[in-house]
Each structure stands twice: as structure tokens, then as C-alpha cells.
Ligand binder design. Structure first.
Ligand code: APR
Length: 387
């Protein structure tokens, strides 16, 4: 087995295959330090915790993770809180910074004797439809190498070699949600004890605790806005206005330590298997960040893929592998549907004719339904935490 990418998908897959005696190697273009420190999502779904517990990989999150089950919506009609941990299936998120999870998975894999080739960039996957697919790669010293495998797992994200190597018949659904976020990491304690979603005519603002000292904020901005365009004074002014700090209390301010601009888009590759090449994680599908799904789909797919590969390679039973794409796509499309609903709930996205008062009224009605209907709240909770 050759696994492309040492993110949540690739590292979990590597741990599960190695633990089942399947010979595998991970090719990762970044160096070890970058892999361990890359700050990404941090909201683990209940299923993700169950998967990690099932395989003895949850020590770190049991030690440092903390349960989270409340979100707060702030709108022109006031604010309301959903204790989603008591709604739907009663599941909560576990807040655990992804770089901690990736470090746990990396350390366990290496301690168990797993092989990772850092600073080794996969260039392409060849002959995936044949019995002996190969991966061409560039070594840290620039030397070209070729790796042979029975299967190749593409866990190298949406811009990786696996996607570049898909055959012409592969279908790639792409959806641009039309909204753009200025993502901010602020050195200040959280201002709410909840995930904050502020819907405002000036645009969306979001609040997510990362740790007791660091908070992530989002501000909807115009497409094409450079990350450093807004001075900090404007950032805090927009956050105060959109989160209605005057009505609901001041935000804890602090230096903005990291900025990024994210266009909210989604994509899905179909099918996820092309002969001996199998996709998982962002290489398979990308969700808009609005639904806090992050690495949860990647973890679910990596476990399904590991089980299927062990059935095939260790027991000669190809059935689960034949079903892998269909099973994952069912989860992916469920998550995509909820993510799309969340984007529309939180953002006024100018259409071809500018702002739509009709859309604004629909959004207001959806929020009112979410505020008042227990049935709607249960549906929200089940999809918000589930994968
Ligand atoms: N060769 C080798 N490695 C590569 C290549 C390549 N050509 N291209 C990308 N990579 C590596 C990246 O450096 C990264 O370490 O693949 C890894 C992909 O990791 P992620 O982007 O984290 O993707 P994945 O494991 O699918 O996790 C998906 O986790 O990062 C969060 O919320 C994010 O939804 C995302 C989820």
C-alpha cells in the first residue's frame, strides 16, 4: 500500500493498516514539523471520538479535549441558544485542536514502526487500472523515485497527486457557495461559551473557541479581499456590529495572530475508487467550513477504507472494497446537503441581480423555525454533530 498524504485521513489509515499487518508507506510532501503544527479544524464529532476510541487512538483527546454542545445564533430578532448536546441524538462535539490529533496519530504510527517519507512529493499515480499501480514521486533531494503497490490511497487533499491522476471518466462536482470568509485567529479568550453564528445585513460573523487563550473569528467579506486588507480596528468594529456586542456584551479583544481568506466552496469526486486508486478525506470531497465538519468525514472514510483493504488484502474478500465508494458517498452527500443549508442560513449571497429581499425573508423564517421548532432543532443537532 502507498498512502499519499499525512493528514487525518492518511495517518488514521496508516495506523489501522499497519496495526492489521498490512505493509504500507506514507508519502508526505511537507516536513514533520509542518505536519505536526498545521492549525486546522478542531471540532470532533461523536463518531470521530468513537472511531479513535475503537482503535486506542483517543488518549490525547481524552486528556485535553473538552465536550462542547451549545451554539448561539444572533440575528436582527434577538439571540437564541441551541444546546444541541441535548437535542437530536444527544451528541456533543469534542473540541481538540486538529494539530494535536494529527500529532497523536503521527507519533503512534511512527512508534509502531510505520514508514513515512517526509518532504517527498507524490507526482502522479500510474496504471491504477492495472494489477501493479505505481506512484512517481520526488525525493527531498529532488531525485525522482517510483513506488509500486497493490493499492494507492489518495489522502493528499483536493490539490494532490491523486486527484491529478484521476481518469477522464471521473466526475467532479464543484459548487461555489458565493460567500467568502476572512478567518482570524485571535490571541484572546473566547467571548462566548458557545459557537457563535451572527447573521447580519452587513454579513456573517462567526465565533469558535479554539483553546482557553485562542479564539477563531470569521467575517464574511467580498470575494477577492486580501487577507491583510482590513486593519484590526475595522475587524473589531465589524465583529462588534455584526455580533451585536452592544446588546449581548463586549467581545474579548486581543492581537490577530493569523489571517486567511476562504472562499466557501464544496466539491465531490465520484466515484471514490478508480481501480487500485482510492480517495479519502479532502481528496474525496471538500465541504464549506460553515458546518464545522472538518476532519470528521476524513476519519469516517479512513476507517471504512482500512476495513475494506484489510478484508481484501488479508482475507481475499473484495466485497467491502467494491462498496467503499457507494458507502462513503452516502455520508458525503448527507454532509454536503447540511453544509449547503448552513451556508444559506447564515449568509446573504448576492445573486445575479444583487441582494434578494426574498432570500433575506426566507433566511429570517428559517432562523425563526430553528428558534421555535423542537423538530427542526432535533434535525439540526443530528446533522450538525453527525457524520
Ligand atoms: N504528495 C505528498 N503529500 C501531499 C501532496 C503530494 N502531492 N499533496 C498534499 N499532500 C499532503 C499535505 O501536505 C497534507 O499533509 O497531504 C496531506 C493532506 O492532509 P489534509 O489536507 O489535512 O487532508 P485530509 O487528511 O483529507 O483531512 C481533511 O482535515 O485538514 C482538515 O478540515 C480539514 O477537511 C479537512 C480535513
Amino acid at each position: 500500500m502507498v498512502i499519499l498524504g499525512a493528514g487525518p485521513a492518511g495517518l488514521l489509515l496508516g495506523n489501522l493498516l499497519h496495526g492489521s499487518g498490512i505493509d504500507c508507506v506514507v508519502l508526505e510532501r511537507a516536513d514533520r514539523g509542518h505536519v505536526r503544527t498545521r492549525a486546522r479544524a478542531g471540532f470532533l464529532a461523536a463518531n470521530t471520538v468513537r472511531v479513535l476510541e475503537r482503535h486506542g487512538l483517543a488518549d490525547g483527546l481524552h486528556r485535553a479535549g473538552r465536550a462542547h454542545g451549545t451554539c448561539e445564533f444572533r440575528t436582527e430578532d434577538g439571540r437564541f441558544r441551541l444546546d444541541y448536546g441535548r437535542l437530536g441524538r444527544g451528541e456533543r462535539h469534542t473540541v481538540y485542536p486538529q494539530q494535536e490529533l494529527v500529532t497523536d496519530l503521527l507519533n503512534r504510527f511512527l512508534d509502531a514502526g510505520g514508514r513515512i517519507r517526509f518532504e517527498t512529493e507524490a507526482l502522479a499515480v500510474h496504471d491504477a487500472d492495472g494489477p501493479h499501480p505505481t506512484v512517481t514521486a520526488r525525493e527531498p533531494d529532488g531525485r525522482p523515485t517510483r513506488w509500486r503497490a497493490r493499492y494507492v490511497a489518495g489522502c493528499d487533499g483536493r490539490h494532490g497527486a491523486a486527484r491529478r491522476s484521476l481518469p477522464p471518466g471521473a466526475l467532479r462536482h464543484r459548487h461555489d457557495h458565493g460567500a467568502t470568509w476572512l478567518g482570524l485567529l485571535v490571541q484572546a479568550p473566547p467571548s462566548l461559551d458557545a459557537v457563535g453564528y451572527a447573521v447580519h445585513r452587513r454579513g456573517f460573523a462567526g465565533h469558535m473557541a479554539r483553546t482557553a487563550e485562542v479564539t477563531r473569528y470569521y467575517l464574511q467579506c467580498d470575494r477577492g479581499t486580501p487577507a491583510d486588507a482590513w486593519p484590526e480596528e475595522r475587524i473589531w468594529h465589524e465583529l462588534d456590529v455584526r455580533m451585536r456586542a452592544a446588546d449581548h456584551g463586549p467581545l474579548h479583544r486581543g492581537p490577530v495572530v493569523h489571517r486567511t481568506v476562504v472562499d466557501l466552496d464544496s466539491d465531490v469526486v465520484e466515484p471514490l475508487r478508480h481501480g487500485a486508486l482510492l480517495l479519502a478525506g479532502d481528496a474525496a470531497s471538500v465541504l464549506s467550513p460553515s458546518a464545522a465538519k472538518g476532519a470528521n468525514l476524513a476519519v469516517l472514510e479512513a476507517e471504512l477504507l482500512a476495513e475494506a483493504l484489510v478484508d481484501d488484502l488479508a482475507h481475499g474478500d473484495p466485497r467491502a472494497l467494491d462498496q467503499y465508494s457507494r458507502r462513503c458517498l452516502a455520508h458525503i452527500w448527507r454532509a454536503q446537503e447540511f453544509s449547503h443549508w448552513m451556508v444559506r442560513l447564515l449568509h446573504a449571497v448576492p445573486g445575479p441581480y444583487g441582494r434578494s429581499p426574498f432570500e433575506d425573508s426566507l433566511r429570517r423564517a428559517r432562523l425563526e423555525s430553528l428558534r421555535t421548532s423542537r423538530t427542526h432543532q432535533d434535525w439540526f443537532a443530528e446533522n450538525y454533530v453527525g457524520v
